[in-house]
Design a protein around this ligand. Structure first.
Ligand code: ADP
Ligand code: MG
Length: 297
């Protein structure tokens, strides 16, 4: 393509809310035959809400959420925000606030721990609990499995090494995600979903989005490693993501595409920014690239 064609292409993109950072990005987008999607905030709306709570200890729901929120208020994770929002509703109805947390630690891809009112609290997934030798009862396992089958994420809350309760958050697939995946299929572009979330929830979400290939329980490094593996096996890969966690993969991909509503770090790492946060705009970007690079030069 001539420099003029590239300028026209990026210009047209800009008017449609598809920010293309240069001709190289457009050229790579033209060659893409595999797209790796992050789950939370990319394929899903990204604003999880608490939908289920089950408490195992003799403890009020108010106290349970006071502990959980005290720990999670220090975390930026969307699940942490869901828990804090839910706690606010329950606690503020009774005009209460929650205690302060000390020794807060965030374990990437697993959850958080802190000391609250002299108790050690842990909020996170199964892996987080198992890594700390905390027993998960059959009752708790059952609730987690049910959440996963409903495409929800189950989270455990432990106090001093014992599971106090389980909650589930729901973060629905974006409307239209399924259609975008099927258009990509028809363009012979393979779609893959990668997430730090558990396999059960990941598979349920992928099924709803129409994605067949799933990588779950992935660490941020795993996301980038997977991209490099796909490239080594001959694919030209685009990565679509919104999180800080996604930036290594956005950089590793031939084309990194950031969701406009995502974190600044992801937006900086990306080659293309989908300003309207619509998945449909992935098709617009690729169409534009195809038109620009199939023009007679
Ligand atoms: P992703 O962004 O792909 O969902 P993450 O690596 O951020 O993945 O998180 C993976 C999993 O770790 C989450 O699904 C959740 O189970 C758990 N997790 C991470 N952070 C938190 C947190 N602050 N509170 C509770 N669970 C968490
Ligand atoms: Mg995300």
């Amino acid at each position: 393509a001539t420099p003029t064609a590239v300028m026209v292409g990026t210009g047209v993109g800009a008017t449609q809310g598809v920010l293309i950072k240069g001709g190289k990005a457009l050229e790579s987008a033209h060659k893409v035959n595999c797209i790796v999607f992050d789950k939370t905030g990319t394929l899903t709306i990204g604003k999880p809400v608490v939908v289920t709570t089950k408490i195992f200890k003799t403890m009020s729901i108010k106290n349970f959420y006071a502990f959980a929120a005290a720990a999670e208020v220090n975390s930026e994770h969307p699940i942490a925000k869901a828990i804090v929002e839910h706690a606010k509703k329950i606690i503020e109805e009774q005009n209460q606030s929650w205690p302060e947390a000390h020794n807060f630690v965030s374990v990437s891809g697993h959850g958080v721990t802190a000391m609250v009112l002299n108790k050690e609290i842990m909020v996170g997934n199964k892996k987080m609990m198992l890594d700390h030798n905390i027993t998960i009862s059959a009752d708790a396992e059952e609730i987690l499995a049910e959440a996963e089958s409903l495409a929800q994420t189950g989270i455990l809350v432990s106090l001093d090494g014992e599971v106090a309760g389980v909650l589930a958050v729901s973060d629905p697939v974006k409307p239209g995600a399924n259609e975008v995946i099927s258009i990509l299929n028809s363009m012979k572009i393979k779609s893959i979903m990668v997430t730090g979330d558990n396999w059960g929830t990941a598979n349920s979400i992928a099924r709803q989005a129409g994605i067949e290939t799933v990588i779950a329980e992935a660490q941020p490094e795993t996301k980038a490693t997977k991209i490099k593996e796909l490239q080594a096996s001959g694919y030209t890969v685009a990565m679509v993501g919104d999180g800080i966690n996604d930036s290594p993969a956005l950089v590793a991909a031939d084309v990194g595409m950031a969701i406009g509503a995502g974190t600044d770090i992801a937006i900086e790492a990306a080659d293309i920014v989908l300003m309207k946060s619509n998945l449909e705009d992935i098709i617009i970007a690729i169409d534009l690239a195809n038109k620009t690079f199939s023009r007679i030069r």
